[in-house]
Design a protein. Structure first.
Length: 455
């Protein structure tokens, strides 16, 4: 008889899910290439060429040293920004503020035009360390131009992405970095990530090297064009990617405070490493998309808000030096399916993600689905689906390790609901204390080890 990981017999529904997972995997493998970023000509040449290294002693732009390339920050492109369909942001400098996980002595940046309908010309770009929270100003000595294949300008094709050359800069751990781009020409829809929970800035004209930030009078609550910041790090050996929905995106967390639960997890990992606790030295990057589902894409071509299955290649396997993935998906499949989604379909989708991660030797940690009693989408039928999925996850037959977010945040007197202190007020998303609680119950040792690659 076939056995589960925990030694128990595989039930008929589990066999059915395995067959469904295999079918889904075959379909997704055939279509995944559509959503993998297309490198743009010279924009990806000489990626490891060091730039901007002069006059770097005793300042934040220190020379690059030996180390390991990891992702320090990343986000998922979600769609084309409303209001930019015709002209994009031509004639404007966009200064994105991103928060790092790991620090390093070298950096490279990925720009995306996935949802653009025309080539995106970036004539100037820069990177700098932020002078402080809530400001577009930079630490003067840290300002560095970004170049692409040795050129200060690059054309990103519609549907594509480019990675900059390496620049020598001391990127701080747990700090803010400014990534600025200027596009002189119209390019159509701006590829963006809404719900950034971080204020970024916009200026009219070319001000990519503006240290004072005085020209940046416009404010923005989204990230534009930038999808990844990699660093050459001597403090991290790999990357953990958290693949999730709004509960990972941190949609109800305090803006600018970096209170999303992956931020808190990153802080815990860093502190544990410093204390010599023997946990993996990993950076943590957040690939959450609000409203994301395991199975169903949004509308459009390419699909806006692509499903977890659709974007796995791009947002997980495509990140730098990934060692483990944490999957926190499924609640939107329940809430957004009329009636009740069959639990076996969601579980089959999750098992497909695990199989694809294992094929790359990645360890997979999965989470139970948190309560949503009191939310407008709550029904007893949907609650029954959540309970069924959670039972299978807890049984150990889906993921390599499990973090029980449901048990951590639910009301002990009414397990269908959040405990009040962890509820943001909408009965679906956590408060800042709820996000902190999620990170606190995560067993850091669960990230240790790798799954064997399977051919």
């Amino acid at each position: 008889m076939t056995r589960r990981r925990d030694g128990g017999a595989v039930t008929p529904p589990a066999r059915q899910r395995a067959l469904l997972a295999a079918i889904v995997a075959a379909i997704m493998a055939a279509s995944a290439a559509v959503y993998v970023g297309v490198a743009a000509g010279d924009g990806t040449k000489n990626r490891d060429t060091l730039a901007g290294g002069r006059g770097a002693r005793n300042n934040p732009a220190a020379p690059a040293s030996t180390g390991t390339w990891v992702a320090s920050w990343a986000t998922s492109p979600v769609g084309g920004e409303p209001g930019t369909e015709l002209t994009g942001l031509a004639g404007h400098s966009v200064r994105n503020v991103v928060h790092t996980s790991a620090g390093g002595t070298g950096a490279r940046v990925t720009l995306s035009n996935l949802y653009g309908q025309s080539p995106l010309t970036v004539s100037r770009a820069s990177i700098a360390v932020s002078a402080g929270p809530g400001t577009p100003a930079a630490v003067t000595e840290s300002m560095r131009p970004l170049v692409f294949g040795g050129s200060p300008s690059v054309v990103v094709p519609a549907g594509g992405e480019v990675m900059s050359d390496v620049v020598r800069i001391r990127v701080p751990q747990d700090g803010d970095v400014l990534i600025t781009t200027y596009s002189p020409t119209e390019s159509g829809p701006v590829t963006y990530h809404p719900h950034a929970r971080q204020i970024s800035y916009v200026a009219e004209g070319e001000h990519t090297r503006d240290v004072s930030g005085a020209a940046y009078t416009g404010r923005s609550s989204v990230w534009r064009y930038v999808t990844a910041l990699d660093v050459l790090s001597d403090e991290a050996d790999g990357t953990v990617v958290v693949l999730g929905d709004s509960l990972t995106d941190g949609i109800t967390s305090t803006a600018g405070a970096n209170n999303r639960w992956p931020d808190v997890l990153s802080d815990r990992l860093r502190s544990a490493v410093a204390a010599g606790r023997g946990v993996p030295r990993y950076s943590v990057v957040n690939e959450g998309i609000s409203g994301n589902q395991v199975l169903t894409d949004g509308l459009g071509r390419p699909a806006e808000n692509p499903s977890g299955l659709r974007r796995f290649e791009r947002d997980v396997l495509g990140r730098t030096n990934v060692k483990a993935v944490v999957i926190v998906l499924g609640i939107n499949d329940i809430l957004r399916t009329p009636g009740a989604v069959p639990p076996s379909r969601v579980l089959a989708g999750l098992e497909t993600l695990v199989a694809r991660a294992h094929a790359r030797g990645l360890r997979v940690v999965g989470a139970t689905l948190m309560p949503f009693g009191g939310h407008r989408g709550y029904t007893e039928a949907r609650e029954a689906v959540r309970q069924r999925i959670n039972a299978e996850i807890r049984a150990g037959g889906v993921f390599d390790a499990v973090v029980d977010f449901d048990a951590a945040v639910r009301d002990p007197y009414d397990p269908r609901r959040f405990r009040a202190v962890y509820d943001s007020g909408d009965h679906l998303h956590p408060s800042d204390r709820g996000y902190a609680r999620m990170a606190e119950v995560f067993d850091l040792g669960a990230l240790r080890g790798r799954a064997p690659a399977r051919l």
